[in-house]
Design a protein around this ligand. Sequence first.
Ligand SMILES: C[S@@+](CC[C@H](N)C(=O)[O-])C[C@H]1O[C@@H](n2cnc3c(N)ncnc32)[C@H](O)[C@@H]1O
Length: 319
Amino acid sequence: MTYIKYFDIVGRVIESNTKSISERISREKGISYEDARLEIIDSIIKHLVINSREWASGCQPNIHYEDPTCRMAYLYRIVPVNANLLEYVFENDAEIEEYLLGVQNKIGEVRICVFGGGPGTELLGLAKRIEKRRFKNQIVLNFLLLDEVNEWLESWRAIRKEIDSKFRNSISLNRNDWPLTTSGDFCALDITNIDNFDNWGAVFDQDIYIFSYIISEVFDNYPQLKNFIAKMAAQSPEGAKFLFIDRVEKKWKDVIIDIAKNAGIVISEFHDTASSIGVVSRDEEKTDLGQIYVDVMKRYSKGNPRLGWKAFWIVGTKE
Ligand SMILES: C[S@@+](CC[C@H](N)C(=O)[O-])C[C@H]1O[C@@H](n2cnc3c(N)ncnc32)[C@H](O)[C@@H]1O
């Protein structure tokens, strides 16, 4: 039995985007498809370079997710490793995984709110974890995605479609036989601006809230984010879980302690983790990214996807 493969799915999604954008550019500029494709590859490479520089700058990163080739660079370099980290967290934290199972058994679905969830990292990581864990009953994941970049919806849905077709081809045509089914509502909003929200109760009655590499991404607007999380947590059901994952630096841990205290979220202990896809997921191969990997590496020798992580996670509970 082969499981969901991160690089394979992400590679397919990028390839299909690259193809449709190259066709459009070729038509619009009157150039060959091959030349248009090279423009796209070079733009992806440009964003690989800029994004790495921004994340290493020590300041709040300025990443141009509104640009489709920047989103492809993020999918290419970061999504597989972050999805694998999320899978690892669920595998190694009984508190969060057993809670997920308990909610499923009780209400027949699990409602998951993902802050900065546009890229689909959490969808991919949870799908693979659930497929591998083989729960007795089907798991139904109902996502609420909060992300200021509306265009992420396109690749989120493409990832979901790839997961569904993997199950359809390897398990059964009938969804009822699959280990999990997923659905998602996308909410394009700035999580550091609470002004647009009146009816919090209708939106934030979720079971699990995930913040994966989001605290370090919006750090300059931390007071507003703190405010947002406090208002949201006030509406969440008692017992709801809050999962924070981020780079292993003390400043992010301090921020999370402060956010949790302010929002009435009781946190457990921090877990530090340093590992890599090669160590924890032997079935994953970066070359499964396919043609995009070949094209990027041909023009940029430092164009490998990220494989390792140095991170921490912590689970909080709404009391
Ligand atoms: C570093 S990525 C993390 C993505 C994913 N959670 C992961 O672990 O790979 C940050 C995400 O947050 C979104 N984002 C950044 N600032 C935001 C804001 N102020 N409000 C909502 N979304 C934001 C970006 O569009 C991007 O999808």
